[in-house]
Design a protein around this ligand. Sequence first.
Ligand SMILES: [Fe+2]
Length: 388
Amino acid sequence: MLVSSHFRYEIPTKIEFGAGYVNQLKRYVEEVKGNKALVIGDPGVVEAGIVEKVEKPLIEGKVPYEIFSDIGAEATIESVDHAYKIAKEKNCNVIIGVGGGSSLDTAKSVGMLLGNGGDIRDYVGLDKVQSPGFPVIAIPTTAGTGSEITRFSVLSDKQAKAKLSVGSMFNCPTIALCDPELTITLPPHITASTGMDALTHALESYVNKVTQPISEALSLQAMKLVARSLRLAVVQGENMEARKDMLLASTMAAMAFNTTRLGLAHSLAIPLGARFNIPHGVVNAILLPEVMRFNLIGNTKKFAQIASVFGENIVHLSEKEAAKRAVIAIEQLKMDIGITQNLSDFGVREDHLEAIAREAMESGNTPINPVKPTIEDFKNICRSLMNA
Ligand SMILES: [Fe+2]
């Protein structure tokens, strides 16, 4: 498949990457001319003492701040409404998001609303945001979503059991403060699932129909880092080299897909995650090998390269046979890091598939997938991941 030779690549976020960088937070607040910060972090990062690590340089630097931590495992419209209200009442002019995707997506939404007004529901969709938001400093504590640089915020509407997405370059954080020391305390199962999310981002961007040379290079390097370090990060949580690799992989994969978008694993992951409460990284990990198998014929050359990146010996194989090895390699990786569930384990049944498939068909990730799917294809991918 040809890679696009006419393309646009844009990333407005400044990336600061390094162990211990969170200690310099005051400098970054000053850089964005912040007078008072709203620190947004979920209860998990508060409990893990990570919010304290963010507070310390603010206290020492005499930067006034408020904390908002009323966030669940996923960012919700309700928590965005609540945090936005507090930011306005307390006159905060810089938002510091600290945590995984839920904290960062909430922080981005609040920053965007402070600059644009109105209600978050007004901005659901692509490019509905008209103006820059207030500055957002995004501090990731997982290595997976890449939300620290992306234009997307994914928000749950609990009542409608749906996920909504706001996508705009004005939604990108001002600064991504990537400090791998903050990921050291992530438990193995979260390291595994978020790492598989990062891999799915890199891989889907790499093989899709709209990739271009800059995203390709970023995706390829992200996959090399995952191949080298995801297993180690899971089994040796304190291994700083592995943690650095995974945080860099996550950020680079996001830099790739922020422009290209993704593929069918994400088309299905969004409705499956919303309806059955499956963590995003876990559902991607379940789907990825089967989606790869479906996609092989659409980009055998790239899949053969992926097999090689993941250590498969493809020297004497045809391109088609080499491509199949990529599926085996990713299945092995998934099992090695302890992700063994299938869709039935989360309550997905045959009678759910029609609605899931129809929603997946509507995803913006579907038309750019290397193989054009039918509704029946979506159902078959799910069926092969369920108990007979
Ligand atoms: Fe994802």
